[in-house]
Design a binder for this molecule. Structure first.
Ligand code: PLP
Length: 218
């Protein structure tokens, strides 16, 4: 199968209103252009430097999503163009994104990353911390960022019960917060688990290897 046919058949399967982020990390500009040439415009990267070089080299109508952990000192490199930052996990990071967005007179959309995996993952906020962050006065003063939803990564497992439990938990939090905040995106689901994530109401899936094939390194 080719990148193009895998991408097209995946998109045909998706329910209406679900956004596909084609995760192109480690893939070459040539490979990404194959996907681009099917009309796809949303790509996800997990390293800021790599995303910046691809942004420089590629057509400017691509929406670049930062899906990986973000170091505060690197926000400045992507502030000019990044379309959505998926893994915001602290007020400190949000303040830096706000500061850099302001320099470019932009409002940068962000998702809060929630820790849903039972495995001991390093990143993501506890639900209670996300709620206090959203309710904090500090956040209200950040005029150049907009929190448009939540993101989560499930445990890397074949255990369907486990995945169901983790996605259901994130969806419940999303539903609770959606009533008070202007949320549009629930980013959950990757190559191995997006079908389960969709059953739980994901509105944005991040799929890499099912489109581009296995990665040689991560
Ligand atoms: C790499 C990555 C993905 C895509 O993973 P695949 O299993 O290749 O689909 C999704 N989300 C994040 C945060 C990633 O780092």
């Amino acid at each position: 199968m080719s990148i193009q046919s895998d991408l097209i058949s995946l998109k045909e399967k998706l329910p209406q209103g679900v956004t596909l982020v084609a995760v192109s990390k480690t893939k070459s500009v040539e490979e990404i252009m194959q996907a681009y040439n099917t009309g796809h415009r949303i790509f996800g990267e997990n390293k800021i430097q790599e995303m910046v070089s691809k942004w420089e080299a590629m057509p400017k109508d691509i929406a670049w999503h930062m899906i990986g952990h973000v170091q505060r000192n690197k926000v400045k490199y992507m502030a000019e163009f990044v379309s959505l930052i998926h893994a915001v996990d602290s007020l400190k990071l949000l303040k830096e994104i706000n500061k850099q967005a302001k320099k470019h007179e932009r409002i940068i959309s962000c998702l809060l990353q929630i820790k849903i995996a039972e495995e001991d993952s390093k990143f993501g906020m506890a639900a209670a911390d996300a709620i206090s962050l959203l309710e904090s006065e500090a956040i209200a003063s950040l005029e150049n960022v907009r929190i448009v939803g939540l993101m989560g990564m499930a445990t890397f497992t074949d255990d369907t019960d486990q995945l169901n439990k983790e996605f259901a938990r994130l969806k419940a939090l999303y539903d609770q917060l959606e009533k008070s905040y202007d949320f549009t995106f629930l980013s959950m689901g990757m190559s191995g688990d997006y079908e389960i994530a969709l059953k739980h109401g994901s509105t944005m899936i991040r799929v890499g290897s099912a489109i581009f094939g296995e990665r040689n390194y991560d």
